[in-house]
Design a protein around this ligand. Sequence first.
Ligand code: AMP
Length: 324
Amino acid sequence: MTQDLLKTIEEKFESAKKGSQLFSFDSTVVTKESGSVKFELTYVPALGKKSSSSNKKEKMDPFENPDPALVVKELDEHIILLNKYSVIPKHILLVTKEFKEQTDLLLPNDLYEAIECIKAFGHSYSPLTFYNCGPSSGASQRHKHLQVIPLRRDSTVQPPIKQLYNEIHDRHVGQIYAINKLPFVHVIMELDKNIMRSALERDHLTEYLSAMFFGLLDAMFQQLRENTEIVTDSYNFLMTDDFMMLVPRTKESAVVEKEGRQHEFSLNSLAFAGLLLCKTEEELETLRSHDDLIDLLTQVTVPWNKNAVRLDAEKAAALTAELA
Ligand code: AMP
């Protein structure tokens, strides 16, 4: 079943590309380590050339009547759609059939279908699901959509938080952590491999994913309340088959100055996976020579308040107990 889905994704991707219904952009990837986190800087010249008229056109809701050439599969409540502008080949979107807002909460079925898409990519890829929720999250479309990108298995990129998270000794599945080394509010939790890899029935897997997600969401809002008076409804959600992570957002873009010029970078969930997009060569050079890429992430999030009661690896056990 999931094997079939991957086959359809691959076939549809090739045929839509051939028929020019899908644009697969050439890119140059540069890796750079900053703050003990590996980043991939992807320069896509075609994005710098995308005209403002094509941006305007996208305000029409491209997911209302999607191009059949891009439709991979219709599910009960969702459509699996190929991303028409593809930087990572076979990037898929999970859009709601009925119009829902991109500010809406993820629902149990959203999580279940996202995991099914992750499973469909199988072991040849390292798939990552993300949801850019709210106006400051980096989303460009109002119609509710999750996204799944099949990262290369050999990609060195992992979510920055995950790399540091791996350094926590003796961590426990299902517990919620934040990492002291990262200067902004975030929460992350490991999923139970046994559950994720077993052939659980739909209802049970959905129930498990929802319990984990809503626990993590509560923890994120708790951290926000303790660290800032800013109220924000924007956040980034990242999920693989072994963890979930949430980062509240306050701004869409970070600014980096180079030789007196300011360069603005719109960041979405992928920035927290270490993936930064550059539309011009100048932008690529700006990031390549910037000595603190984590600072871009800090600019668009909530810095920890030194005086707040902060969730950290040591306090995680207490918080998990509260959530139980
Ligand atoms: P986001 O920008 O995170 O809201 O994600 C929306 C994605 O939808 C972008 O990656 C776009 O490339 C993609 N997109 C825009 N228009 C279409 C379309 N007509 N069909 C499929 N994907 C689209």
